[in-house]
Design a protein around this ligand. Structure first.
Ligand code: HEC
Ligand code: HEC
Ligand code: HEC
Length: 104
């Protein structure tokens, strides 16, 4: 019994670890805004052709950990953070497309 329990916990550990380690398959939910929660899909962004470094760099999201950068709309509108791409050229503009990010 003990062995099975150990094996199971090892399997669960690896399943969880791989889910956390590879954001392409992961979604992050940012739910602090009254406009509705924003779901960030690792897969959508990977399929758009981005490398980790395109976002995980000093200017944008240095740490691979949710909640380390405070995301505010004034930054996004100013072309920072998500707004580095969501500016109407690399990706849909933030200003006219609230509901593509914020879903109630
Ligand atoms: C389009 C932008 C973007 C790309 C590309 C991207 N990430 Fe992220 N990633 C983010 C953002 C935004 C966060 C949340 C950061 C924060 O809240 O401070 C994040 C968080 C993470 C987290 C933490 C998840 C958690 O649950 O806390 C990990 C791990 C991570 N990324 C790994 C990667 C890896 C590995 C790659 C490349 C395969 C990658 N990311 C590509 C934007 C991106
Ligand atoms: C490196 C560029 C880049 C960054 C940074 C980035 N995105 Fe994106 N995002 C894209 C591209 C490209 C698409 C595909 C849609 C398009 O072409 O407009 C996309 C798609 C999305 C979609 C899918 C919308 C839909 O209608 O299918 C959401 C939601 C989204 N991004 C949210 C975010 C959020 C939130 C952040 C910041 C945490 C972020 N993105 C940062 C480039 C980026
Ligand atoms: C590219 C995705 C994206 C688009 C488009 C977008 N937002 Fe946001 N917004 C976010 C993210 C991510 C946060 C951070 C939420 C959190 O921290 O939980 C946020 C936060 C907010 C906040 C709370 C923080 C602040 O800056 O006051 C408000 C209000 C807000 N958004 C309004 C809007 C409105 C209005 C629009 C359209 C004109 C819009 N957003 C379009 C991604 C987006």
């Amino acid at each position: 019994m003990k062995k099975i329990a150990l094996l199971l916990s090892v399997l669960v550990f690896f399943a969880v670890a791989s889910a956390i380690a590879v954001p392409p398959k992961k979604t992050l939910t940012f739910d602090k805004s009254s406009m509705g929660a924003v779901t960030f899909s690792g897969t959508v962004h990977k399929d758009a052709g981005f490398k980790c470094k395109d976002c995980h760099n000093k200017e944008m999201f240095p740490k691979m950990k949710q909640g380390t950068v405070e995301i505010k709309m004034d930054k996004i509108y100013a072309g920072q953070l998500c707004g580095k791409c969501h500016d109407g050229s690399k990706a849909f503009a933030a200003k006219k497309n609230c509901k593509r990010c914020h879903v109630k």
